[in-house]
Design a protein around this ligand. Sequence first.
Ligand SMILES: [Zn+2]
Length: 204
Amino acid sequence: MNFSSKLLESAVAEFAKLPGVGQKTALRLVLHLLNQDKEEVAQFSSAISRLRNEIQFCGTCHNISDSATCEICSSPKRDHSIICVVEDTRDVMAIENTNQYNGVYHVLGGLISPMDGVGPSDLQVDTLVERLKEGGAKEIIFALSATMEGDTTIFYLHKRLKQFSINISTIARGIAFGGELEYVDEITLGRSIVTRVPYQHSLS
Ligand SMILES: [Zn+2]
């Protein structure tokens, strides 16, 4: 693409770095911004730079948060004895949308995937073990996608967690799941949390 302006070119290059955004879309978005009021564009860029600079991760569950401890972990209305283990913040949002879960979460930050070079030490596994050592937890619910990575992660975590006298359950999997929890409809996801089953692995 030949640009008539270096500023235009560099803005398009930045947008084109976003997932799913090609050069043409990037150019359309940039031209759209150029047509907006300056204050509108200032709000847009401030939201992005504040997002990156000010956002935090909850020190307990590792969910994205505006403060050192997230709203869910600091809420006395939540049942802190039930911890739902999820891959990332999108899963927390999906489960919260069902209104069927009142426990707390633990966000792993990914799934174990030897093919991609992601091992347990790249995930928030040790902090989950620490949380359980502190006591108070009665149940762990695995809400991970029904993929090989999800299965591998559950199998590994189960080995690490079975030393604790807690119930380990998993949401009903392999039903209508196409993969990631965020794509499951709210009713199906809500029901699978309510009807969660004890986790048992034939090799454990
Ligand atoms: Zn939290």
